[in-house]
Design a protein around this ligand. Structure first.
Ligand code: ADP
Ligand code: MG
Length: 685
C-alpha cells in the first residue's frame, strides 16, 4: 500500500528518468501527483454518425476502415496518411501528418472509435489527427468518457500521467485523507475527498466534474484563508499593544494644516485614532489611489506617537521617495519640536543616525530597506509605517515591526485592490479606503499615440514648457539592448537634448545612477531648474512635483496597467490641466485594450479590475512576493463567491476550534503548513 508522502519513485514504472521529468512539474510525492489537476478535458461524449457531423465540431464517430491506406507527399515535403472510413450512413477520411508509423496500426475492415475535429472540405468529411481506439480494446463507454488533459513537460506523455494516477487510485483505495472537517463538508453539501480526486481526474459525468471541482476549489481557498486568519490572530492575540492617548496638541496640528482633510481622509484618520487608543496592536492598511493624500495621514499618526513619547518610522521603497517624505515631515514637524531623521543606503552620516535612533534622539525616522538591517535598534518604537506596501512582502513588514515591542502598524498602498482580493492579500490587516481625491484635481487627459505622431507631441510639450510647466518622459530600459527593441532613456536623452529640446534644460535619471546623483537631479527638477526629466521607471512611486503636467511613456506596452497608472499619477498633482501620452506600436488586442482603459478612466479601482482581468491575479500581485501560497485549482478572481463562503467557514472553524477532534485539528494544521510553507516558519500555529 502506498501512502501520500511516499516519493513517486515507489510507483510502478517510475524510474530515475521519469522522476526527473515529474520533478520539473513540481511533482515529488504521491500526493503531489494526485493533486496535479488536469488543465482541461476532452469531452468525447458527443457521438455522431457521418451523415450528421457538422464542420468544425468535435465529435466521436464509430467507423470502419474501408479501403487502402495511402501516404501522400505534399509539395512542402509533408507526408499525409489518408485512411478511408465508412459507417452505415456515409464515408469519410482520417488524416495524419508525418506519422508513417501509423500505417500499420489501422487494418482494413476493422472498426475504430475516432474522436477529433471534424473538417468538411467540399463534400468530403475529414478527421485530422483524431484520438482513436480499436473497438476490440475498449467499450464505447470507456472511450467516450471525459478525458483529462494535463500540463506536460517534454518527455512526459498524457498517457503516462493518466496511467500512473489511475494505478494509484485503483490499487490504493484508502490512500486519500480527508482534510476538511466533517461539519464543513456537510454544511456546504460537498463531496468527500475520494469522490473529488477521482472525478477531477476521471469524471464520470460533467456534473460529477463540477461537484469535484467545487470541493477542491473550496478546499484550497479555505486553507488559504485559514492560514491568513491564523497569522492575523497570532499577531493580535500574542501582543498586547500600546495604548496611545489622544492629546489636544494633536488637534492643533490638524487644524493648522494648509488644507482641510477630505471626508475619506478624515474617516481613515478616525479609524487609525480608534486603533491607536486601544490597548491592542493596530494592523491597518490604508488603501488610496495615487494622489489621494495618504502621506499626511501617516504623518499625523506618527505625530500622535511622538506626543505620547514614542518613536515612529516610515519605510519607503525608493530613496527618492524616502527623501521626499523626509523633507515634508521636517518642514511640518520640526517647528513643533520633532526630531526627524533619514536612513538610507546613501545617507552620509549613517553611523550617527543609527546611534541617534538607538539613543532616542530621533523621534521619527524615514528611510528605505536600510531600516530593517539587524544593527538598527530603536529606543522606544511605537508605530511602524510602510509606504507603497505592494512593493514589500509580508516578511519585510514583519521585520520592521520586530524593531519595536508590539508597535502599531500602518501600511499604505496605492495599488487599489478589489475588496475581496485585499481580504486575501492583506487578510491579516484591517482596511481603510481613501476613495476620494483632494478637491480641485483635474482629470488627466490621456492619449495613446504611435511613433508617427511623436513630433507633434514634442511641439505640444514645448508649448507647455513655454508656459512654465515641466514634463516627464519615461522609458522602459536603461541601455540599448540588442534583444529588446526598446528605446533607452540614455539615447533618448542624448538625442533630444542635442536637437529638438536644445534650448531647454533636460536631465536624465535612471536606476543605475548613484543615489545622491539621482537625488540632486530630483532636487533640480523640483526647483524648476530642469524642464524635462527623462527617466526609467525609477520615478514610478510617490514623486510629487505639482508643476509637472506632462507624462510621456515610451513603449507603454512594456508596462503593466497598474504601473502605467502609477506613472500617470506623477502629473495632475497641482492646479494645472495635465496630460499623459502613451506611445506604443503594440498591436496585440491586450495592448490595445490596456491603452484604451488608460484613456477611458483615471480611477485606480477600475484599472485594477481591468488589470486583473487581462493578466490574472498571479501576475498582478506577484503572489509569491506577498508570501501567499500558489494555488493549484482555485482562482481568486474567478471564484470570488466560493472564496467568500470559504472565508466565512474558516472563521467559523477557528471560532469553534475547541469542538474539533484531535485528528481534525492535526489535519488542519498540516494542510495550512503545507500550503504556506516558508511563511509559516515565522509563526507557530
Ligand atoms: P499619495 O496618496 O499618492 O501618497 P500624497 O500623500 O503624496 O498622495 O498627496 C498628494 C498631494 O496632495 C500632496 O501634495 C499633498 O500635500 C496634497 N494633499 C493631501 N491631502 C490634501 C487635501 N485634503 N487637500 C488638498 N491637498 C491635499
Ligand atoms: Mg504616496
Amino acid at each position: 500500500m502506498l501512502s501520500l508522502n511516499d516519493p513517486i519513485s515507489v510507483i510502478r514504472g517510475i524510474g530515475p528518468k521519469q522522476r526527473a521529468l515529474f520533478a520539473k512539474l513540481n511533482i515529488f510525492s504521491v500526493e503531489d501527483l494526485l493533486y496535479y489537476f488536469p488543465t482541461s478535458y476532452q469531452n468525447r461524449r458527443n457521438v455522431k454518425t457521418l451523415d450528421s457531423v457538422r464542420h468544425m465540431e468535435r465529435a466521436t464517430i464509430i467507423a470502419t476502415v474501408c479501403g487502402e491506406i495511402k501516404e501522400i507527399r505534399t509539395r512542402k515535403r509533408m507526408k499525409i496518411l489518408k485512411i478511408p472510413i465508412k459507417d452505415n450512413t456515409g464515408r469519410g477520411f482520417i488524416t495524419f501528418f508525418n506519422s508513417s508509423f501509423l500505417k500499420n496500426v489501422f487494418r482494413k475492415n476493422e472498426t475504430y472509435y475516432f474522436y477529433g475535429n471534424i473538417n468538411i472540405v467540399g463534400s468530403e468529411i475529414e478527421l485530422n489527427h483524431p484520438e482513436y481506439c480499436n473497438i476490440k480494446h475498449d467499450s464505447l463507454e470507456k472511450f467516450c468518457s471525459i478525458k483529462p488533459q494535463y500540463g506536460l513537460t517534454k518527455g512526459l506523455t498524457q498517457k503516462r500521467i493518466i496511467d500512473n494516477i489511475e494505478q494509484i487510485l485503483l490499487e490504493n483505495p484508502l490512500i486519500l485523507k480527508e482534510y476538511l472537517p466533517g461539519g464543513i463538508l456537510k454544511d456546504n453539501n460537498m463531496c468527500d475527498i475520494d469522490y473529488a480526486i477521482k472525478n477531477i481526474h476521471f469524471p464520470s459525468s460533467p456534473r460529477a466534474l463540477k461537484v469535484a471541482k467545487y470541493r477542491l476549489v473550496f478546499e484550497e481557498l479555505f486553507f488559504m484563508q485559514l492560514g491568513l486568519i491564523m497569522i492575523k490572530k497570532k499577531v493580535i492575540k500574542s501582543n498586547k499593544g500600546i495604548q496611545f492617548k489622544a492629546l489636544s496638541q494633536f488637534n492643533d496640528l490638524v487644524k493648522a494644516l494648509p488644507f482641510k482633510l477630505t471626508n475619506a481622509q478624515q474617516s481613515t484618520l478616525n479609524d487609525i485614532l480608534g486603533d491607536m487608543q486601544l490597548p491592542k496592536e493596530m494592523n491597518r492598511l490604508i488603501q488610496g489611489d495615487v494622489g489621494s493624500g495618504k502621506t499626511i495621514i501617516a504623518l499625523l499618526a506618527m505625530y500622535l506617537a511622538f506626543l505620547n513619547g514614542y518613536q515612529s518610522t516610515l519605510m519607503a521603497p525608493t530613496e527618492i521617495l524616502a527623501e521626499q517624505h523626509f523633507k515634508s515631515f521636517k518642514n511640518m514637524l520640526e517647528p513643533l519640536g520633532v526630531n526627524v531623521g533619514i536612513l538610507s543606503r546613501s545617507v552620509k552620516n549613517k553611523d550617527e543616525v543609527i546611534s541617534q535612533i538607538r539613543d532616542g534622539n530621533l523621534d521619527m525616522v524615514v528611510g528605505t530597506h536600510a531600516l530593517i538591517q539587524d544593527k538598527i535598534q530603536f529606543y522606544k518604537l511605537g508605530l511602524v509605517v510602510t509606504d507603497e506596501q505592494h512593493r514589500f512582502g509580508v516578511r519585510q513588514r514583519s521585520f520592521l515591526k520586530q524593531k519595536g515591542s508590539s508597535p502599531d502598524v500602518l501600511v499604505m498602498s496605492a495599488t487599489p485592490i478589489p475588496r475581496t482580493l485585499s481580504l486575501i492579500l492583506y487578510g491579516d490587516l484591517d482596511i481603510s479606503i481613501i476613495d476620494e481625491l483632494p478637491p480641485g484635481r483635474k482629470h488627466i487627459k490621456t492619449h495613446h499615440i504611435t511613433n508617427k505622431k511623436v513630433y507633434k507631441l514634442y511641439d505640444f510639450i514645448k508649448e507647455e514648457l513655454n508656459k512654465g510647466r515641466q514634463a516627464y518622459i519615461v522609458c522602459p530600459l536603461v541601455e540599448e539592448s540588442e534583444k529588446i527593441d526598446a528605446e533607452s532613456a540614455v539615447d533618448l536623452y542624448n538625442d533630444l537634448s542635442e536637437t529638438i529640446f536644445k534650448s531647454w534644460n533636460l536631465a536624465l535619471i535612471h536606476g543605475k545612477m548613484k543615489a545622491d546623483e539621482k537625488d540632486s537631479i530630483m532636487k533640480r527638477f523640483e526647483a524648476k531648474k530642469v524642464d524635462m526629466l527623462i527617466s526609467t521607471s525609477v520615478i514610478e512611486v510617490g514623486i510629487n512635483v505639482p508643476n509637472a503636467t506632462i507624462m510621456v511613456i515610451v513603449n507603454a506596452e512594456r508596462f503593466g496597467l497598474a504601473q502605467l497608472h502609477q506613472l500617470r499619477g506623477r502629473v495632475g498633482r497641482g492646479q494645472f490641466q495635465s496630460y499623459c501620452f502613451l506611445i506604443s506600436e503594440g498591436k496585440s488586442n491586450v495592448t490595445k485594450e490596456r491603452m484604451k482603459t488608460m484613456e477611458d478612466t483615471n480611477s485606480g479601482f477600475v484599472i485594477a479590475e481591468k488589470d486583473l482581468e487581462l493578466r490574472g491575479p498571479g501576475d498582478f500581485f506577484g503572489t509569491k512576493q506577498h508570501g501567499l501560497p500558489e494555488l493549484k485549482i482555485a482562482d481568486i478572481f474567478k471564484h470570488k463567491e466560493i472564496l467568500k463562503k470559504a472565508q466565512k467557514d474558516a472563521f467559523k472553524v477557528l471560532e469553534d476550534y475547541r469542538l474539533l477532534d484531535l485528528e481534525e485539528k492535526k489535519r488542519l494544521k498540516y494542510k495550512v503548513r503545507q500550503l504556506f510553507g516558508d511563511v509559516f516558519k515565522d509563526f507557530t500555529i
